[in-house]
Ligand binder design. Structure first.
Ligand code: IMP
Ligand code: MG
Length: 184
């Protein structure tokens, strides 16, 4: 099987180049999986993925985890089709699982301003879980202005617009097999 891994990609009229390769992603996910195995040994955590962006990261990450675990999804209102945040978050899809007294691991593709994750952590805490942890594949640390919990990070990245491996630009580009960055 071969994934879609072009050298450069034109997405909605903007040019993107390779930023984090498939090999780098696999190596990092392997380590994250091992870390989660240790931290949650004997706890049967529930992963809650944030749709749509986290679906590929979560799908791959889970397959590096060998302890018993479960999965569910939430969906938040997004950026719309822009490259900058609208500054408003609402919930479009709620979790079905009962998370009271459970160990919850929130899974995001990227934390930018931190607004979405702050909203999510507060929301999940309202369901009285035993613990809430946050894992994100990418973190634009210098762009994060909200006081948000981040426990596990795949890659800290500069404040640039990225695409692929679940992340979109105006809903396109999620199918790219690795991470691309807007060419300047
Ligand atoms: P935050 O609420 O500002 O932290 O934004 C988080 C959400 O914005 C992520 O879940 C993504 O959907 C989206 N986002 C932020 N930066 C990027 C990017 O560089 N590429 C694609 N989506 C992004
Ligand atoms: Mg997202």
């Amino acid at each position: 099987m071969s994934y879609y891994l072009p050298e450069t990609v034109d997405c909605n009229g903007e040019l993107f180049e390779i930023f984090i390769t498939k090999e780098q992603l696999e190596a990092r996910l392997l380590l994250l999986g091992k870390t989660l195995d240790k931290k949650f040994d004997g706890k049967k955590p529930i992963f809650i993925g944030v749709l749509n962006g986290a679906f590929i990261f979560l799908a791959d990450l889970m397959r590096y985890v060998s302890i018993p675990c479960e999965v569910d999804f939430m969906k938040l209102s997004s950026y719309g089709d822009e490259k900058v945040s609208s500054g408003q978050v609402t919930s479009l899809k709620e979790i079905d699982a009962k998370v009271k007294n459970r160990h919850v691991i929130l899974v995001e593709d990227i934390i930018d301003t931190g607004l979405s994750m702050k909203y999510l952590v507060d929301k999940i805490k309202g369901y009285e879980p035993e613990s809430v942890s946050v894992i994100t594949l990418l973190h634009k640390k210098e762009a994060t202005v909200h006081d948000v919990q981040v426990d596990y990070v795949g890659f800290e990245i500069p404040n640039k617009f990225v695409l692929g491996y679940g992340l979109d630009y105006a809903q396109e580009g999620r199918n790219l097999g690795q991470i691309y960055v807007l060419k300047d």
